[in-house]
Design a protein around this ligand. Structure first.
Ligand code: ADP
Length: 658
């Protein structure tokens, strides 16, 4: 069931949304300006968007640990000034040595008094400092990284508690949430380190520029180097945007690739894939999607690198010209050998700084765009909230009335009502059976009753009050529910049962009692560690895998364990055999005689115990009454019941051959 559900989710996610293809993932970079007049507005919006996202990241990192931005800032300052200091010390050492060479050497005792020794010590201290700062900063960076990832993951988990279930049905939202979950963890720190990287590159860049501009006869050439770097910067930005746009555009293909490659490593799907010989089909699909994705990417990578090579040749030629001029100055004695290393080093550093600045700004820009996934997920406003303040509390521990008044509903993004003008009342303590063919709307009705979704029209009243007026936690606590696709948790057997009422501190006997009611105790007692047996083999080597029927019994035990006022069982016995099912319903009937109970079952024999049966067809309530009344009516229920009972008693020739 869960597998099928996962598959369905994938299909839902892949299916284009209403009104054309699904919007691509992530941020929407500013639409391009149509003409030159729109350019300033475009630039302002672009910068505005950038700063918004950047401050969001800063706030996030600040919340994680105030020391992080400070640390990054000081490291950035140090990294900015240290290369210049290093070059200046080396220049002084070389010049001092050259002076000595010029005079043909000096006596040894002059060496100790020459100042060269102090310069060498300064060089040593400088290198040591770099080493120390680098190791401290890399250790702290790792710590900060882990803390930020943790902060973002917790924020996402906290937020997902309140996001409407209907948002999960929206493929665009689902995609954003997944991307936020995957990307947002590491993006904030990388954006921040890159930003502080920009600060250090800028300091280094400006310091070396000052050195070059103040050097004799080099100012004009420095200007040329700067001018040459501009087209390279612009091209880099253009390709960043193109790359990002391409990734967004091909987001469906990337997710398809992920899906196809995961299918073949999915333990549960493997049985079917082997027996139906589907592996080659999915591998072929993967390859086809990859080819589509890669075609455009290859073109982009190729184009980008053609430009890179072109700019590298131009700047290389300029550098060569520069080096020749400086070497000539040494040759004519205008400058010393130490100055040569300083100036040529400065040129190399200026060029590296420009390219680092370009790529760091590109990374920051791209990183902030990805952060949009996180921002839009975090800004998602839940609509399923109490409509009055303060919200009402449900009076727990008593019998309740539920009334559907002209309820209609359509799923978000759908054009079809799946529940149509349904009205009925469940009296206190009644047992209600919801009956109908697959897709009739039974589960949807339960989702509406428990306010997982809001009705499109009409009202649902609990004890005469619109369910929208209740506090959500209080409302949810009223229902003990097992869905068709109940949860299977990688936890111990006992925990799987206790999840039915997580805040209760009932004794272990209550757990055992619940599992006895659902007949789960029969197999639990044969497990190696009984109630302590870990289930599923995700984490524990001794984890036990249960059959679907065994899981179902466990899920029913979970519902029995909780002490909710209204019990809901949505086809809870689908994987049980007829006898086990009858036993569960008998237990259920016994245990819930003082509760309001609702169940959906495809086996109508279980509906006979219900006080009221509601028959749904295509979202419409077509019949209601108890078993006798509906049988007497000789309508839809009568037909369904007669067909099923015939099948149990004496299979028809046609059915027997199936
Ligand atoms: P039943 O429980 O009677 O089998 P459901 O209530 O699950 O039926 O489904 C009723 C209808 O609503 C079906 O047509 C189904 O395809 C549609 N439906 C169910 N869930 C969703 C969803 N999340 N988004 C869109 N349509 C849905």
């Amino acid at each position: 069931m869960i597998l099928f559900e996962n598959y369905r989710k994938e299909v839902v996610r892949m299916r284009p949304g209403p009104g054309g293809p699904r919007p691509p993932m992530g941020a929407n970079p500013q639409p391009r300006p149509k003409n030159i007049k729109e350019l300033p507005k475009y630039l302002v919006a672009l910068l505005g968007g950038f700063f918004n996202r950047f401050f969001y990241i800063l706030k996030l990192v600040w919340k994680t640990g105030r020391w992080i931005p400070f640390l990054l800032f000081f490291v950035a300052l140090f990294r900015g000034v240290s290369p210049v200091i290093g070059s200046l010390i080396s220049q002084r050492i070389l010049n001092a040595l050259q002076d000595v060479i010029r005079v043909g050497g000096l006596p040894e005792h002059n060496f100790w008094a020459s100042g060269i020794l102090y310069l060498l010590i300064a060089l040593f201290v400088y290198r040591l400092l770099i080493l120390v700062v680098n190791s401290i900063s890399s250790a702290l960076n790792r710590i900060a990284g882990e803390k930020i990832v943790n902060e973002v993951k917790v924020q996402i988990m906290e937020k997902s508690k309140e996001v409407d279930l209907s948002s999960y049905d929206n493929p665009a939202f689902y995609e954003k949430m997944e991307n936020a979950n995957q990307e947002a963890g590491h993006r904030p720190l990388s954006v921040l380190t890159e930003t502080f990287g920009i600060i250090s590159y800028l300091i280094e860049f400006i310091s070396f520029l000052i050195i070059l501009f103040t050097a004799p006869g080099l100012s004009l050439l420095t200007l040329i180097i700067l001018l040459v770097s501009i087209p390279s910067a612009v091209t880099n930005f253009i390709f960043r945007r193109k790359n990002f746009g391409y990734m967004r555009w091909r987001s469906k293909e990337r997710r398809q690739m992920h899906y196809f490659s995961n299918i073949l490593v999915d333990k549960d799907l493997m049985k079917e894939i082997r027996l139906f010989d589907l592996a080659d089909t999915f591998i072929a699909r993967y390859k086809a999607v990859f080819a589509k994705y890669f075609k455009g990417l290859r073109k982009l990578i190729f184009e980008e690198n053609v430009w890179h090579i072109l700019f590298a040749v131009i700047s290389g030629a300029c550098n060569l010209f520069f080096y020749i001029i400086i070497a000539k100055q040494v040759f004519t004695g205008e400058i010393q050998i130490g100055d040569y290393t300083l100036y040529t080093g400065a040129i190399a550093s200026v060029a590296t700084c420009v390219s680092n600045l370009i790529s760091a700004s590109g990374n920051v820009y791209q990183g902030t765009l990805f952060i949009d996934n996180l921002i839009s997920f975090m800004n998602e406003k839940p609509r399923i909230v109490p409509q009055i303040r303060p919200a009402r509390e449900v009076a727990h521990g008593r019998l309740h009335t539920i009334e559907f008044k002209n309820v209609s509903f359509r799923y978000p993004g759908s054009h079809k009502d799946v529940i149509k003008n349904v009205s009925f009342t469940i009296e206190p303590g009644q047992t209600l059976a919801l009956v109908g063919l697959n897709g009739a709307g039974k589960t949807t009705l339960i989702k509406l009753m428990t306010r997982l979704y809001d009705t499109t029209e009409g009202q649902i009243l609990l004890d005469g009050v619109d369910i929208k007026e209740y506090d959500l936690k209080s409302l949810y606590r009223t229902f003990g529910i097992i869905f068709q696709d109940f949860g299977r948790y990688a936890a111990t057997v006992e925990e799987n049962i206790r999840f039915g009422s997580i805040h209760s501190d009932a004794s272990f006997d209550a757990v055992k009692y619940a599992s006895k009611q659902s007949a789960a105790s029969e197999y639990i007692e044969t497990l190696p560690d009984g109630y302590n047996t870990p289930l599923m083999r995700f984490f524990e080597h001794n984890g036990t895998e249960l059959s679907i029927g065994q899981w179902q019994k466990l899920a029913i035990a979970r519902a029995f364990y909780g002490d909710s006022d209204i019990m809901i069982l949505d086809e809870p016995t689908a994987s049980l055999d007829a006898i086990a099912e009858q036993n569960v319903f008998n237990q259920f009937d016994k245990l819930t005689h003082d509760k309001t109970t609702i169940f959906v079952s495809h086996r109508l024999s279980s509906a006979t115990i219900a006080d009221q049966i509601v028959v749904l067809e295509n979202g419409e309530l077509i019949e209601k009454g108890n078993h006798q009344e509906l049988m007497a009516l000789q309508g839809k229920y009568y037909n369904l019941f007669s067909t099923q009972s015939k099948r149990y008693i004496q299979p028809s020739a046609e059915e027997a051959t199936i």
